[in-house]
Write a protein that binds this ligand. Sequence first.
Ligand SMILES: Nc1ncnc2c1ncn2[C@@H]1O[C@H](COP(=O)(O)OP(=O)(O)O)[C@@H](O)[C@H]1O
Ligand SMILES: [Mg+2]
Length: 250
Amino acid sequence: MSNALSVRNLTKRFGGLVAVDNITVDFPKGVLNAVIGPNGAGKTTLFNLVTGILPATAGSVIFEGNELVGMKPHQIVARGLSRTLQIKSVFGGMTVADNVRIAVLAHEKIGNPLRPASSYREITARVEELLAQTGLERLARIESGTLSYGDVALLEIALALANKPRLLLLDEPICGMSPSETERTVARITHLAKTTDIILIEHDMEVVFAVADLITVMAQGRLLAQDKPKAIAADPRVQEVYLGAPEEAA
Ligand SMILES: Nc1ncnc2c1ncn2[C@@H]1O[C@H](COP(=O)(O)OP(=O)(O)O)[C@@H](O)[C@H]1O
Ligand SMILES: [Mg+2]
């Protein structure tokens, strides 16, 4: 089984705190991977290390045979690994379609600066494809600053997909969404997982157990378990971690 991502002895220290503590784990291809764990377990830090946003203290991250540790974030994106961007990356004064268009144009430049520019028609087709993939067609001409929280999250996914990633990292994409927005976004993510490898950090256990094929559990910076949802739900070590922090168990 080939892996979408391999992490070896990855460590991140913040002064005396070891946020990611010697993690070794593989995320296999072709399955929807979820990463869970109580608040402060090191999940977001793991993503920040993988995407080059933070330098690792030690260890290795292998994506498609390449070492990512030491690369800059834009180099990692250009290799085909994207994550959802922060909300500030959405230009509020521009329409949804124009935000996506800028991301598509940026990807063209980064992807291959020597390639002749695509035609206006090709770019527009790609923008429409991304809007359809994320269910944002009906909002194409809306100013992004007026979008609901859930629609901003979908726009962020569209921007990440503009880079044509083969691996997409999503950090709590449904956080703050209404139940109907959650349902819509979860359906989109499940659909996307058919064509793009996904690693999803999610604290909503109902969502995790509904969509994940394989669950990786972190606690206090360490890898606690990795298994199919049924086995994870039955794992006493996992139950203990969540019972030990009842405020995070929701
Ligand atoms: N930039 C940072 N500087 C210092 N400490 C940090 C930083 N980022 C995260 N941490 C700490 O690292 C630990 C793991 O945080 P994080 O990766 O955000 O956990 P999770 O995403 O699992 O909730 C926490 O104790 C957090 O306070
Ligand atoms: Mg986090």
